[in-house]
Write a protein that binds this ligand. Structure first.
Ligand SMILES: [Zn+2]
Length: 270
């Protein structure tokens, strides 16, 4: 593994529009990490991301624990109401996701980018994954193989190239895009691997959240250096448009108070 600190002086253009014009955001600098705002599209991003190698372990840990935490939170009220609660809990684990994915994607082939160990199966789908941690990717492969899917190990922007055009009915990008140093090529490939009319579920921290404005540098969504983009609905929508998608907001009423943006990226039907 290369020493991550070799990358500190490596800067990048705006990962959404490619502009080199930017304003420093000194309030959000921390240690050697420089936060900037693109002067052309307003995207807030880390100018000197640490590179994939440095992120592997943190990313894997955060992804796994965040998924588990979220699963517990989301599962509770709905499972309490549902007659099928016990059965679903034992067989699937996270009923709300299974229900939502069925509603959004129908069924068929599902690609989970940043899938961790892919321990949850969704009825009606064959799930495939991409995972940057070798250990988790191996576990994911075992879990997905039972249903006929598999996991590709590697960074998203590289691993997604291995999947053929128009293979998927749905793509999950959950707590992923904020970590991805190259979000634009990943999304261009998401558009490519989706069937016409297919959708991707995107969840990212909401830089316009009230909490960010109140807590400023103590806001929960700030993670140095593993979050390398900080989207608002506007900058996320810009990036979607550049990569061939329209955006449907899933939490429109709560959005200003919500620390996360939840949207569907919709690919136009051919
Ligand atoms: Zn830009």
């Amino acid at each position: 593994m290369n020493a991550p600190d070799l990358r500190i002086d490596t800067t990048r253009p705006c990962p959404s529009c490619g502009s080199e014009a930017r304003a420093e955001m000194p309030l959000f600098h921390r240690d050697e990490w420089r936060m900037v705002k693109c002067r052309d599209c307003d995207l807030v991003y880390l100018l000197n991301p640490p590179g994939y190698e440095a992120l592997v372990e943190d990313f894997a840990w955060e992804k796994t624990s965040a998924d588990e935490h979220l699963a517990r939170l989301e599962a509770r009220p709905i499972l309490q109401r549902a007659d099928l609660a016990t059965r679903w809990r034992h067989k699937i684990g996270r009923k709300p996701d299974a229900v939502r994915y069925a509603e959004w994607f129908g069924g068929g082939n599902l690609l989970n980018v940043g899938c961790a160990e892919a321990s949850v199966q969704y009825p009606g789908f064959t799930q495939y994954g991409i995972e940057i941690s070798a250990e988790l990717a191996e576990a994911a492969n075992r879990n997905l193989a039972e249903q006929g899917g598999y996991c590709v190990h590697g960074p998203g922007a590289e691993a997604i190239r291995e999947f053929p055009d128009a293979m998927f009915d749905g793509v999950i990008l959950r707590s992923y895009l904020e970590h991805e140093e190259h979000p634009r090529p990943v999304l261009e490939h998401v558009a490519r691997v989706l069937k016409p009319g297919g959708r991707a579920y995107v969840r990212v921290p909401n830089f316009n959240a009230l909490g960010r404005k109140i807590f400023k540098t103590n806001w929960v969504g700030l993670r140095y250096p593993d979050h390398v983009q900080y989207f608002t609905l506007d900058t996320l929508t810009d990036l979607a448009r550049r990569t061939g998608f329209t955006v449907k907001v899933l939490n429109p009423v709560r959005l200003p108070l919500d620390d996360n943006i939840n949207v569907l990226f919709e690919r136009a039907a051919a």
